[in-house]
Design a protein around this ligand. Structure first.
Ligand code: ADE
Length: 258
């Protein structure tokens, strides 16, 4: 997977490139990141990349020419490519969008700043507009990092064989169960005994129950899309009987309950 990232602040990506799993994937050649400085494609003595909006109003708009010249400079190989504009007006970024993007060969991320980019760039050059949430950031750089991170970890080998197949939050529309590590007792709080039992079937049942319970408590909206196995339906029924209305579950029992 190759990511081309267009930004006026390419230096912001140093933290993504130099550290952790993404840094390692880059070193191993599992992903490639090409940072494109939009200023290199600006003209005039001041290398201006923004201008005042036609029609007046506050703020500045990113000029189309540097973005289009930068887009045209990007080499495209074989395989599917997508040009994505990061904007609060885009479609909400989800795990399923990340999965779809992970199938591509090349992703071009255009990071807007100020009030946004000239509409003609959006309409003519952008395939998809993506938002990472209903809040306004100062630019598309952090959202672009979110996309690179979420997509890269789905590329086979990036997380390492065993972990890539792990059950994860959102994969099946349930939140993850609580995790514990040593020590067994921390500040008087004990690890649920079932996790120390060595009984893998009981542990699996406990984890699935916790997963469903957490989703009911915190994100009942996810359940609309969730797939419930017959065993899941039994767990759900039991939880409902035990706790009454799903929205009240959290008031009655803590995550430490077994
Ligand atoms: N640019 C500014 N805010 C954003 C957001 N929430 N998502 C994507 N791009 C953005």
């Amino acid at each position: 997977m190759r990511f081309d990232i267009l930004s006026i602040f390419p230096e912001m990506f140093a933290s993504l490139i130099d550290y952790g799993i993404i840094g390692r994937a880059l070193k191993r050649g599992q992903i490639e990141i090409n940072l494109v400085n939009l200023r290199d494609f600006a003209e005039g003595p001041h290398l201006v990349t923004d201008d005042r909006p036609f029609g007046g109003g506050d703020g500045m708009v990113m000029k189309p020419e540097p973005i289009v010249r930068a887009l045209e400079s990007i080499s495209t190989g074989k395989g599917e490519k997508s040009v994505i504009l990061l904007t609060p007006q885009g479609q909400p970024f989800t795990q399923s969008i990340a999965r779809g993007l992970a199938m591509l060969k090349q992703i071009v991320l255009v990071c807007g700043r100020y009030e946004g980019v000239d509409e003609r760039v959006r309409s003519r050059y952008v395939d998809t507009e993506v938002s990472i949430g209903d809040y306004i950031l100062t630019g598309g750089e952090l959202p672009a990092m979110v996309v690179v991170d979420a997509v890269s970890r789905l590329i086979p080998g990036v997380l390492g064989g065993a972990r890539s197949n792990r059950e994860e939050s959102f994969e099946d529309h349930f939140l993850e169960y609580p995790h514990y590590t040593r020590p067994r007792v921390f500040q008087g709080l004990e690890v649920p005994s079932v996790l120390l039992s060595g009984d893998h079937r009981r542990i699996e049942l406990w984890r699935r129950t916790q997963s469903i319970k957490r989703t009911l408590e915190r994100r009942p909206d996810l359940l609309e899309k969730a797939f419930f196995s017959e065993a899941d339906k039994c767990i759900l029924e039991e939880l409902k009987q035990k706790h009454g209305k799903p929205s009240h579950i959290g008031d009655q029992e803590s995550d430490h309950d077994q």
